[in-house]
Design a protein around this ligand. Structure first.
Ligand code: FDA
Length: 389
């Protein structure tokens, strides 16, 4: 079988590219259904983009690489697309846009666009071998037990990263990139909870608190922290995990709104209450209880000098924690690192040394913050390739 463009991976980026590339397009995936991560994302409502999407929200060895694709197809372009398809949406927080009804609407929109473009979608298809030929590429695919050889002028790697192997994630894009001589940067799980030894926070599991987290490189996030049986999660922690390295500490400011003056005022009215009881007016009771033990807080609020209160506030604002690790690819939302951007054109996502080869989506060493940025990268990088094809 001969096609113009063979796209490996029918996830967010692969489907977007298949819908817009033009010519004879085949997109293949080993999963039973396309866009599985879209379907489960955002609690089933898909946080499909972010109104504040801009290059500063992306990590990469080359922070400038994402600029061209993001500018060429913006969050507003994707919003226009879903508006045209009558998909209702809302902003939840921090510019994060979600479907009102279901993430399935995004998957259905993309499969509909693929059908309309006349592109073919093969599911439950194993990619056995891919090779370069003088005319382009050839792939040996296994479909319904049959081996099919597909020849293509263009080959698009869109099989994503390694996060959540249970959902079908594999390192295929990295393996193929290496096979074609493209460098791959170190990959790590990102947007992932931290683990701590000995059930350190087990007693706090389920407690949530708005905090400011700061990693050793100075990057801060103001969002919620969630204590879990195994450690720490919640948006602030997931964001920080992308900037954290093994062995490093993170600093958690448990009271981003300064507390000193408030505690001083409280001392006048409720000074006879235990310090931890008064703290529980600003922190969840279980957390106040935990901190009372951890920081050896005793006595009533009235017993605390200005100096002692100032020292306590400094401790609450600078809680240093050293995670033992992360939950890994099992639960990570994305893979940090990937196919080295130095080998790709930022305008087209084409490999500089191999005409006809493109890499899009999470497989590329471009990783967004939590909050719709990663899907926007999938849409934007896919459109950059599609326009060039
Ligand atoms: P994606 O992973 O979507 O697609 C890759 C496709 O390739 C899959 O269909 C897979 O089956 C296929 N494939 C892989 N290996 C293969 C092989 N060897 N052979 C054949 N096919 C193969 N982002 C965001 O912006 N907002 C959000 O709300 C969320 N929420 C979220 C929740 C959860 C639980 C996860 C795990 C991730 C998110 N993300 C997110 C991240 C987002 O899902 C991710 O960045 C994009 O799906 C990446 O799109 P890609 O198309 O590059 O890969």
């Amino acid at each position: 079988m001969q096609v113009d463009t063979l796209i490996l991976g029918a996830g967010a980026a692969g489907m977007m590219c298949a819908a817009h590339a033009g010519g004879r397009v085949l997109v293949v995936d080993h999963a039973k259904a396309p866009g599985e991560k879209i379907r489960i994302s955002g609690g089933g409502r898909c946080n499909f983009t972010n109104m504040h999407c801009a290059p500063h929200a992306f990590l990469s060895a080359n922070p400038h690489f994402c600029k061209s694709a993001l500018a060429g197809y913006t969050q507003w372009d994707f919003i226009d697309l879903i508006d045209q398809h009558g998909i209702a949406w809302h902003e939840k927080t921090l510019g994060q846009l979600f479907c009102d009804d279901s993430a399935r609407q995004i998957v259905e929109m993309l499969t509909g666009l693929i059908r309309k473009a006349g592109a073919e979608l093969w599911l439950k298809t194993e990619i056995a071998q891919v090779a370069q030929t003088p005319e382009g590429f050839t792939a040996r695919l296994i479909r319904d037990g049959d081996t099919v050889t597909v020849k293509a002028r263009n080959l698009v790697l869109a099989t994503g990263g390694k996060s959540i192997p249970k959902m079908g994630a594999t390192g295929l894009a990295y393996d193929l990139a290496r096979q074609f001589g493209l460098p791959v940067t170190e990959t790590r799980p990102a947007l992932v909870p931290f683990t701590f030894p000995d059930g350190r926070f087990a007693a706090l599991a389920g407690v949530s608190q708005p905090v400011r987290t700061t990693t050793q490189d100075g990057t801060s996030f103001d969002e919620a922290l969630l204590f879990t049986h195994r450690g720490l999660s919640g948006p602030a922690i997931l964001q920080s995990s992308s900037y954290w390295r093994e062995g490093e500490e993170i600093t958690v400011n448990l009271t981003p709104t300064p507390l000193l003056e408030t505690l001083r005022t409280q001392r006048q009215s409720g000074g006879r209450h235990a310090l931890k009881t008064e703290l529980a007016r600003h922190l969840p009771a279980r957390l106040a209880e935990y901190l009372a033990t951890e920081l050896s807080l005793s006595g009533n609020l009235a017993d605390q000098s200005d100096k002692a209160l100032a020292a306590l506030c400094t401790q609450l604002e600078n809680w240093s924690l050293r995670p033992s690790g992360t939950e890994g690819y099992r639960t990570a939302e994305v893979t940090l690192g990937g196919i080295d951007t130095s080998a790709l054109s930022s305008k087209t996502m084409a490999a500089k040394t191999l005409p006809g080869l493109y890499v899009i989506g999470e497989a590329v060493d471009v990783t967004g913050w939590l909050g719709g940025y990663n899907f926007q990268w999938a849409w934007s990088s896919a459109m950059a390739a599609a326009k060039s094809i």
